[in-house]
Design a binder for this molecule. Sequence first.
Ligand code: PMP
Length: 365
Amino acid sequence: MAPSSSTDGPQVPRHSFAAAAGPLPDPVARQVAAACRGGAEGPSILGLSFVSERYKTLQRDTEAALRRLLGIPEGFRVLFLSGGATAQFAAVPLNLLSGGRAVYVESGHWSRRAREEAGRYGVAIALAADVVAEWAGWRAGPPPAYCHLTSNETADGVQFSDYPAVPVPLAVDMTSDFLTRRIDFDRVALAYAGTQKSIGVSGLTLVIVREDLLGRALPATPRVLDYARQAECDSRVNTPPVFAVFVLKAMLDWIEAQGGVSAMADNARRRSGAVYWAVDDNPALRAFVPPERRSRINPCFHLADPGDTAHFLAAAAAAGLDDLQGHPALGGIRASLYNGLSEAAVTALVGFLDAYAPRVSARAA
Ligand code: PMP
């Protein structure tokens, strides 16, 4: 059989920069594979019952590791739920709105989605991202029940470098930067994150919620989404995503061994810095987010000539760099730098960005 053009020449190592899900580091992937096979430590994790002592111990140990890594204070509960961050777009208003209104800081695609869902249960007011610091205006009227923020806009490549101090409970969607930065629990009353990007696989959503916010759910709140009920039942109102909890625990152990959240934050700063540096230095590429708002996790940029986008993506794929296309709604290029991404992948990407040149001669022809 004739070799296909993609197998001509030397094989290049392949790296994915997908935004939807992040890679597991090799040692974690090996540990998970062994646990799927089963062995001396017990039967395969894939058939583990959620009512078994083995699972209950796993969930307890996972929560303890998470509390250690993030310094989660007493007075906050950790919930292991399913349904993704999208289910939390409904759960947050169902649990916190109490018939009042809420403020949604609008910074891009995902914060808009969160606000639209909240609007199905009550009044969700959009607040532009650049005026959240001027919160004082809200003190005049009756206070909103909570303020919602998306700490890192996965699609738009913008991130809040600090959690704003607001005079009402702050609920934060941390899906794409969870465990890549420390959390200031003096400012954050509720944090939620799907685990598929920087801390494991899909299926599990973590909710960290201040205890005084429990017990306010609207009467029609589905039981699986009712924080108080899930807290009472140790997150076992229904079957939790056992496999995803196992992978999370393996990732937390790996993060701890790497030096914890501060090591992940250093990685994110250094890696994104190298990507933005290469982009800013290359006249064919344009980072369009102002430096102070640039995401350390999902750097986004355009080709100086948008007509070169397909050429860029093809050249990247030929160099072994996959899934660099921007969010379908926004276009352009996006390089997602989740915790599990290897140094080799980052080095290969930065080398490619440094060397990238559009096909001037082809265009001129
Ligand atoms: N919020 C943010 C910031 C996201 O990046 C995503 C997924 N990319 C979601 C929410 C939705 O997550 P899920 O599809 O797991 O519900």
